[in-house]
Design a protein around this ligand. Structure first.
Ligand SMILES: *Cc1c(COP(=O)(O)O)cnc(C)c1O
Length: 406
């Protein structure tokens, strides 16, 4: 099992033992407490005592996620499920001591950025943004602090600008200055990027997104290969109480069973849509002779035109994710697209089987460096031609492509 392929692990890990009459799926344990009268420290009392500390329903998804993120001993350090991605992120940020320092991406997930800004303003810690593509800026930020940096927070690709970081190099530099590195791996998924293998100390996930995959669960996870960090994060979960409900844990594992087929399909579709969209923006393109009437800027790390493409090809394996962006140039044009599309769902979030489209700046906390007319597309698993036709109808209604186009 240890050496099997990831697609097989996704299906096989975290199931009940194979024995006559056993269910093939683990049960959902709806309980707040467990029978027990022995002393808590007595090993004979067993692990489960109260359901804020442990629930056997968590075991399957936690073991599988740790395995996907390349934890060396998943029995010692399974992943830790949390009630949401933000609860998992909160636990990781809590590793920073009072008065400590954090560097985080200028285009980090806006919940993470807002939490760090608020903790900074409240005096709990010092948080500063950095450009994940600029290693000199990172090095200077680390070197300029007399008291040191405790944590470098990393996302790659970033949301929604899809900047690509040299994860291994960021880790190397951060470690040189004694900082821990936590990577939010939600956008890439462990199918294409495994930060622990690149030296990161902690990985967090919004399990809400690709891992669960059906837009019906809010859940998070932290993964680490360090036993001390694991114990600290486990203690945080138990005492701060951001635990996963048993039903959500079950749904997450059910969703993860199809992670490989969903993500590989949506990545392939995203890559092809990005290629076609870029073609629309080039009037000389032979396939689309009368093409664009306005500039359409398409960003996708899989496009050779993306400035982080080479790095993404080296850091990610087997794909470039399923999120792409179109800068339409104006709020009006972007809104015309989201008002016209029928199949694409105008909604925030990402990573589900259904394709979503959103003008990101409608969210007030989105940084001003994100263009106002930027649309973020989370590509699902529908047929590509239906997605393409619907998107072209939206772009046509917005005057972004000529009426002859599709
Ligand atoms: C959605 C998201 C989060 C937050 O997760 P929730 O499950 O919504 O709490 C964190 N990071 C990234 C990259 C996300 O996309």
């Amino acid at each position: 099992m240890e050496n099997s392929h990831v697609e097989t692990q996704i299906v096989a890990t975290g199931r009940p033992e194979h024995r006559e009459g056993a269910p093939v799926n683990g049960p959902v344990h709806f309980t707040s407490t467990y029978y027990g009268r022995l002393d808590e420290r007595d090993p004979a009392a067993g692990a489960d005592m109260y359901a804020r500390s442990s629930n056997p329903t968590w075991n399957g998804p936690e073991q599988l996620l740790a395995q996907l993120e390349s934890v060396t001993d998943t029995s010692q350090r399974p992943a830790l499920l949390f009630s949401s991605g933000m609860a998992a992120i909160t636990a990781a940020i809590h590793l920073v001591p009072v008065g400590g320092r954090v560097l985080f991406p200028r285009h980090s997930y806006n919940g993470t950025g807002s939490q760090l800004d608020q903790l900074n303003d409240a005096g709990r810690l010092n948080a500063e943004r950095f450009d994940v593509t600029d290693l000199d800026q990172l090095r200077n930020a680390l070197a300029s602090s007399a008291t040191g940096t405790d944590l470098v927070w990393l996302e790659s690709p970033t949301n929604p600008m899809l900047e690509i970081a040299d994860v291994a190099e960021v880790v190397r530099i951060a470690h040189e200055y004694g900082a821990l590195v936590a990577v939010d791996n939600t956008f890439a998924t462990p199918l294409v990027q495994r930060p622990l293998e690149l030296g990161a100390d902690v990985v967090v996930h919004s399990v809400t997104k690709y891992l669960s995959g059906h837009s019906d669960v809010v859940l998070g996870a932290v993964v680490t290969d360090d036993q001390n960090l694991y114990e600290t994060l486990l203690n945080h979960r138990t005492l701060f109480g951001g635990i996963a409900g048993p039903m959500e844990a079950y749904l997450a594992l059910r969703g993860m069973r199809t992670l490989a087929v969903r993500v590989h399909r949506s990545m392939a579709t995203a890559a092809e849509l990005a290629r076609r969209l870029e073609g629309l923006g080039q009037p000389e393109n032979a396939e689309n002779p009368d093409s664009a009437t306005r500039d359409l800027v398409v960003r996708y790390p899989g496009l050779p035109s993306h400035e982080g493409h080479q790095l993404a090809a080296a850091t990610m394996s087997g794909g470039f994710g399923s999120v792409l962006t179109i800068d339409t140039g104006s709020v009006e044009a972007a809104d015309a697209v989201t008002e016209t599309v029928q199949l694409w769902t105008p909604a925030t979030s990402l990573g589900g089987v259904e394709s979503l489209i959103e003008r990101r700046r409608r969210i007030p906390s989105e940084p001003a460096t994100v263009p106002e007319g930027l649309l973020r597309l989370s590509v699902g698993i529908e047929h590509i031609e239906d997605l393409w036709d619907d998107l072209c109808a939206g772009l046509r209604a917005a005057g972004l492509i000529s009426s002859q186009n599709r």
